[in-house]
Design a binder for this molecule. Structure first.
Ligand code: NHF
Length: 357
């Protein structure tokens, strides 16, 4: 497996998806080696849940810019993979997203092994089109990876259509395999949940929870825009926003200027135990994405027992059946988002029913 992120380096859902897939393959009796970029807390080579993980230096030599850092990482990925593949036979090279495309192409041709590619998200989709040279370049590299790959995997019907449309991929090259989550990763919570809850909200406050990258496509700003209406109808509500990203400071400033900062708690990066506990306590877990190829976070929230409100886009629309397994709102519409959050806060029976499904 080639993946630029792998737990504990978790930037998006990709890291978790690659780890879960690798561990599941190991459980089925396969051998999996992951070559990925480094993390300060990890050894360069280690076994994690049966998966052999090689972590290479991403930032050496000191890159001039983002694309340089991607290329240097790829040289290091190739170097580590060559050491491995010269000593052992591998049946498949599986590349995840464009960031590892150069390494994937070299390894495919050097060792004559079939290359699989999973496209977790596209630059075109993330940006609602291609608006500058960097975006056009990334789109080209994504196409290049799908061109080189023997088979391309995507995670939802929505993505199948997107890839067909933007890369003109033939149908027989494309397979939809939805992501999954490992239930046991979400069962463990803080030993004293009441005490834990007191650190986050007042006893009478309901909890609305978001976790994800703070980027435009994830729609955190839409959640902030929904806060005044929710508070108007349900004043005792606390919004907990976990995660980080380029929009983080802007979002905090926005909450301040909207006069809602006292009701919105920015939690930053949180560990798994905190995440699971907040899911357990949440009256609504909200994923207001504008673009979402799959939306593994929604599955995680459901696995951890939180009732979800998601936008009706991409993979989210395929995961959540409105009124049955969660609620969906009109993507991009914070008024519709507020209404659906309020439904969960007021209709406890319904929320409980969806939670227990
Ligand atoms: O869940 C893992 C993840 C998806 O929708 C998510 C995304 C990136 O944007 O496949 O990849």
């Amino acid at each position: 497996m080639l993946s630029w992120e792998y737990p504990p380096k978790v930037i998006g859902g990709l890291a978790r998806a690659v780890a879960d897939l690798s561990e599941a393959l190991v459980e089925q009796g396969h051998e999996v080696a992951v070559v990925t970029s480094d993390h300060p807390d990890c050894a360069p080579v280690e076994y994690v849940s049966g998966v052999r993980v090689y972590r290479v230096n991403q930032h050496y030599p000191s890159p001039q810019g983002f694309l340089d850092s991607v290329l240097y990482m790829n040289y290091h990925l190739v170097q580590a993979a060559v050491q491995l593949m010269s000593e052992e036979n591998f049946d498949v090279v599986h590349a995840h997203d464009w960031l590892v495309a150069p390494a994937a192409k070299v390894l495919k041709h050097a060792y004559g092994v079939p290359l699989m590619a999973t496209i977790h998200a596209t630059e075109w989709g993330r940006n609602g089109g291609l608006h500058n040279n960097l975006q056009r370049h990334i789109n080209d590299v994504e196409w290049w990876l799908t061109y080189e790959a023997y088979r391309v995997i995507c995670c939802s019907e929505y993505m199948r259509n997107e890839l067909r449309h933007i890369f003109h991929l033939p149908d027989d090259k494309l397979t939809v395999i939805p992501n999954g989550v490992t239930l046991k990763n979400f069962s463990q919570t803080h030993p004293d949940l009441d005490k834990f809850r007191n650190q986050w909200a007042l006893p009478n406050e309901k909890i609305v929870f978001f976790i994800g990258r703070h980027v435009h496509e994830k729609g955190v700003d839409l959640l902030l825009d929904a806060v005044p209406k929710v508070l108007h109808h349900h004043p005792s509500t606390k919004f907990i926003i976990a995660g980080k990203g380029p929009m983080h400071d802007e979002l905090k400033a926005r909450a301040y200027h909207m006069g809602i900062a006292h009701k919105v708690l920015f939690a930053g990066f949180i560990d798994d135990l905190t995440r699971n506990s907040l899911y357990q306590l949440a009256d609504a877990a909200v994923f207001p994405s504008r673009y979402e190829p799959f939306g593994i976070v929604a599955l995680e929230a459901m696995a951890a027992g939180a009732p979800v409100v998601v936008s009706d886009v991409g993979g989210l629309k395929e995961i959540v059946r409105h009124g049955e397994t969660g609620l969906t709102f009109y993507a991009g519409n914070s008024n519709s988002l507020a209404d659906n959050i309020l439904t969960l806060l007021y209709d406890r029976q319904h929320a409980k029913m969806m939670k227990n499904l």
